[in-house]
Design a protein around this ligand. Structure first.
Ligand SMILES: Cc1cc2nc3c(=O)[nH]c(=O)nc-3n(C[C@H](O)[C@H](O)[C@H](O)COP(=O)(O)O)c2cc1C
Length: 389
């Protein structure tokens, strides 16, 4: 806490030697938090943390071009946060070594929260902390590469696999013990996936259990939600995922809220159109001038930007059919600029909202908290995410 934070609200904190003035994080989101989106978010709320989407350690060690593109940062990103995913401590160590030796980032977050079946089925993401030895081993290997370089390592975790198999308290204690600079808790289990409401009591429990900063994550749709999470859990900061999809200005709202200001950004449709155009332009840079790829990437964002605005199906369809920047410009020009921001939907969930149909785990995974030699062999043989790149 700093002297400047209003009572009961989190203030600046140190992540390694870096001072994070506003304790808010853009939570890593695959397919979303590439540098164009991060730059937009950071423009509204400078001095928080803006984390790149997860990169698989194997893809990085293979110098996969798509993975390397995701590791790029914009010149304006003065503090660069990468997230790595993997199950093999040695591969993760190699990936961290690449990041360190090539000065690719200033902070590494490790993904232990992914609930996607093809990840958990291989013991990765949110399934991994169940195996206490493997979890510890991964942190130890990565931290021993990063610490001498002054790169803080953080862990992003879930509550556990399901209500009967929680992992967050053990994982948090191990993370602290091994030297993690911070832990982010997405307060859902794997089984809950993105359904229902996250259980913020779990965040309070972790805050009580640890000395290192705990960031709370789950269901922050407005600055008021961020205030409520901070006040009720005592978390050191908040991480925002789906709430900022199509609303990068949420970071301005949260920055204002944490500074005690009631000021909020409620852009008109005309202003949102300008953000869409800026986003499109940045994506063209990201894709090295390939307008088609940029505009295809923009499609999902366009749908999020327009959410709640009374624009017809034909306009939404027009965005989905854009192939060039000129198409985007024409479609933005067709918007009525005076339509006010649809405040009524601002606090409603957006993006993924469903429960898992079933939790997929490696055979016999829950039988023991340690990795058997067979599981170790099976797990490290191949990585399911190799084929995503
Ligand atoms: C489309 C999408 C992609 C995601 N990708 C990642 C990821 O790459 N790494 C990660 O740790 N979490 C990922 N997440 C989880 C989010 O970072 C966040 O923990 C989760 O959405 C809960 O926060 P929210 O309620 O603010 O959305 C993803 C979530 C979504 C919706």
């Amino acid at each position: 806490m700093t002297e400047t934070a209003p009572k009961g609200l989190p203030g600046a904190f140190m992540l390694g030697s870096h001072r994070v003035t506003t304790p808010v994080m853009l939570s890593p989101m695959a397919g979303v938090t590439n540098w164009p989106f991060r730059v937009l978010c950071e423009g509204y709320g400078p001095d928080g943390l803006y984390v790149a989407e997860m990169i698989t350690a194997r893809a990085l060690t293979a110098r996969n071009p798509k993975a390397l593109r995701l590791c790029r940062f914009a010149p304006s990103e003065s503090f660069r946060s990468l997230q790595l995913y993997g199950v093999d401590p040695h591969i993760l160590e190699q990936a961290a070594r690449i990041v360190v030796d090539n000065h690719m980032a200033d902070h590494i977050d490790l993904n232990f929260g992914c609930p996607v079946p093809k990840v958990t089925r291989r013991g990765g993401g949110s399934a991994l902390p169940w195996k206490l030895d493997l979890f510890r081993e991964i942190l130890r290997h990565v931290i021993r590469v990063c610490r001498p370089a002054g790169i803080p390592v953080t862990a992003k975790i879930r509550v556990g696999i399901d209500d009967s198999h929680t992992t967050f308290l053990d994982a948090g204690r191990i993370a602290e013990d091994e030297g993690c600079a911070m832990v982010t808790l997405h307060a859902r289990t794997t089984a809950e996936y993105y359904g229902g409401h996250s259980d913020w009591n779990r965040i309070s429990e972790l805050v009580q259990a640890l000395d290192i900063p705990v960031f709370g994550n789950g269901d922050i749709w407005t600055a008021e939600d961020a205030l409520e999470m901070a006040r009720t859990t005592g978390c050191a900061g908040v991480a925002i995922g789906r709430g900022c999809q199509g609303r990068p200005w949420l970071f301005a709202d949260i920055k204002n809220a944490f500074a005690g200001s009631p000021e909020r950004v409620n852009p008109t449709l005309g202003q949102v159109g300008q953000v869409i155009l800026r986003h499109a332009g940045l994506l063209v840079e990201f894709y090295d001038g390939d307008e088609r790829m940029a505009v295809h990437d923009l499609r999902k964002h366009a749908a999020w930007y327009l959410k709640g605005f009374p624009v017809g199906g034909s306009t939404r369809k027009a965005f989905m059919e854009c192939e060039t920047l000129d198409d985007v410009r024409r479609t933005v020009d067709s918007l009525d600029p005076d339509i006010p921001f649809p405040e009524a939907i601002a606090d409603k969930p957006r993006g993924r909202v469903r429960y898992a149909k079933k939790v997929h785990l490696p055979y016999g995974w829950l039988e023991s908290r340690d990795l058997s030699p067979e599981q170790r062999r099976d797990l490290f043989e191949s990585d399911p995410l190799d084929d995503v790149y």
